[in-house]
Structures are given as structure tokens and as C-alpha cells.
Design a protein around this ligand. Structure first.
Ligand SMILES: C[S@@+](CC[C@H](N)C(=O)[O-])C[C@H]1O[C@@H](n2cnc3c(N)ncnc32)[C@H](O)[C@@H]1O
Length: 188
């Protein structure tokens, strides 16, 4: 995935992907806990801003400096606290573990070997009983990512695969597919 292009695009389109998907909002609104969440490839922070606004403790990473700055500016203007980091998620060093790790419209864009590396790397930053949330176009299936997780040491259980009908409307682009969000529990 290229990131330079996102800097330019984010400058031109300050709210490129619009609001978080309704289905994602419903899912996170309905969870009883408001725990530590890592948003990988956060872009301009639409998910992170929403999640922080409902009480999650959010760390958000993207290698688009512009996207992260737009998110931080919005967070400040809304009185929200988000720990925004500009970095490549393939090289990122983190000092703490999380209860939830979110990949929204990111993981499917990498080569399969990189997807496996990223799942392996970030499973080490997920607390036991933590959840991994992956949003992908619906030509992928939850099994595709679940089969990769099976190579890792932990045990995983698929809690949900939610169809997202509320797809973003991006100026100048036609999206003629839906997304899905899988939610996987790390059991051990
Ligand atoms: C399709 S956008 C999705 C943004 C956000 N998750 C959302 O749903 O609004 C993908 C994002 O991943 C970021 N990205 C791609 N490769 C990355 C990498 N290696 N490290 C960090 N961010 C990356 C891009 O800069 C871009 O902001």
C-alpha cells in the first residue's frame, strides 16, 4: 500500500471516507466495555474520533502525516484525547498491549505474506481475551484471515462477521461492493 498518495488525497479531501460505518458504530456502541483500542491505518481518524467520543482509550497510527494531523486537530476541537502516531505499521514499536485492535480497510491491501506478518506482529500486542476487528471488501471471507491466525500460537474464535451496507461514498469513485467486519476473540 502506498501512503504518499494518501497525504495528497487527504489534503484535497479532508473527510475522504465520511462517517464510520453505521454497523461499526452499532457494534462498538453495544459493547459494555470501553477499553484500550489500537486503530491501525487510521487515515483521517473517522473511526478513532468516534471511538474516543464514546469513551474508548484510543491509540491511532498511520503513515500519512497529513491524516494523523487532521485527526489530532479534530480531536482537539472536539475535546477528545487520542494518542496519534505517524509511523509505518510494519516497523512500529509499541510499549503496551491493547484490548482491541482494528484494521479498517487496510489489511486486505497487503501481499499475503505481509498480512501474515502483520497478524503475527499485532497478535503479540493484543491482550488475552482481546479482540481483533478486521474490515475488508466482501470478496474476502473471514476464513481467509482465520486460516492465517491458525498459524499463530494463540487460539482464536470468530465471534461475528458483520456485513457492512453503509459503504463510504468517495468523491470521484464508484464502490460497487460491500464490506464485511470480522470480530475474532483471542482465547489464549
Ligand atoms: C483505505 S485507508 C483507510 C483509513 C481508515 N482506516 C478508515 O477506514 O477511514 C488506508 C490507510 O492505511 C494507511 N496505510 C497504508 N499502509 C500503511 C502502513 N504501512 N503503515 C501505516 N499506515 C498505512 C494509509 O495511509 C491510509 O490512511
Amino acid at each position: 500500500m502506498e501512503s504518499d498518495s494518501f497525504d495528497n488525497t487527504y489534503e484535497e479531501k479532508p473527510e475522504m471516507f465520511g462517517n464510520p460505518y453505521k454497523e461499526l458504530q452499532d457494534y462498538f456502541n453495544n459493547r459494555p466495555l470501553r477499553d484500550n483500542l489500537l486503530d491501525l491505518g487510521c487515515g483521517q481518524g473517522r473511526d478513532s474520533l468516534f471511538l474516543a467520543s464514546i469513551g474508548y482509550n484510543v491509540t491511532a497510527v498511520d503513515n500519512s502525516q497529513v491524516g494523523v494531523q487532521q485527526m489530532i486537530d479534530r480531536a482537539k476541537s472536539q475535546g477528545l484525547q487520542i494518542d496519534g502516531i505517524v509511523d509505518d505499521i510494519q516497523n512500529l514499536h509499541l510499549e503496551k498491549k491493547f484490548d482491541i485492535i482494528l484494521f479498517d480497510m487496510l489489511l486486505h491491501g497487503f501481499e499475503k505474506s505481509t498480512q501474515l506478518d502483520l497478524l503475527s506482529k499485532y497478535s503479540n500486542f493484543l491482550n488475552k481475551e482481546g479482540i481483533l476487528c478486521i474490515v475488508y471488501p466482501d470478496d474476502f471471507q473471514a476464513d481467509y484471515f482465520l486460516n492465517m491466525l491458525k498459524y499463530l500460537k494463540s487460539d482464536w474464535t470468530l465471534l461475528d462477521e458483520i456485513t457492512i451496507n453503509d459503504i463510504p461514498r468517495i468523491e470521484g469513485e464508484t464502490i460497487d461492493y460491500k464490506f464485511k467486519m470480522m470480530v475474532v476473540l483471542r482465547e489464549s
